[in-house]
Design a protein around this ligand. Sequence first.
Ligand SMILES: CC(C)(COP(=O)(O)OP(=O)(O)OC[C@H]1O[C@@H](n2cnc3c(N)ncnc32)[C@H](O)[C@@H]1OP(=O)(O)O)[C@@H](O)C(=O)NCCC(=O)NCCS
Length: 140
Amino acid sequence: MKIRTVKPEDLWDVAKIDNLSFKKPWTFPRFIEQYETNKDNFLIAEENGKILGFSISNCEGLLMLIAVDPNARGKGIGSKLLAATIKKLRMMGIKKVFAHVRKSNKKVIDFYVKHGFKIEKELPHYYSDEDGWLLVKELD
Ligand SMILES: CC(C)(COP(=O)(O)OP(=O)(O)OC[C@H]1O[C@@H](n2cnc3c(N)ncnc32)[C@H](O)[C@@H]1OP(=O)(O)O)[C@@H](O)C(=O)NCCC(=O)NCCS
């Protein structure tokens, strides 16, 4: 499995994984926009030519999206993507990484906490149908 930056031909697979992973998936134009404006922070996990996951962060240290194909979860791909994302942000001089999570998403909260994130504060009504948490990881 390798982690690399995104190519235009990855975007349909990325959107497919996004659709399978989130209640409110991104529209396809949002992925094109990220490709055009934020390529360096748009990472792809690929194995034997198959896209298994992706992450998108920004230059302010916000981890906007991280998702792994539901059939490939629980094998460490998300952990590798997160580690590569954090490495990239650290190299950009970022000192704090932020992520938002639905309060009901216990599995993902555990995933972030396992990787050194702490719950910073509650985000009431952050999602149209649910409250969220703001999670933060300090980088040294
Ligand atoms: C969060 C996410 C990216 C993690 O990806 P992943 O490849 O499953 O991550 P890892 O395999 O590195 O770790 C997942 C943990 O769940 C456990 N797990 C076991 N079987 C699993 C399964 N079938 N599905 C998910 N997790 C499983 C793993 O063992 C691991 O815990 P451990 O290391 O303590 O054993 C993935 O669950 C996902 O895409 N979720 C939906 C999208 C989402 O909510 N993203 C976060 C908000 S942007």
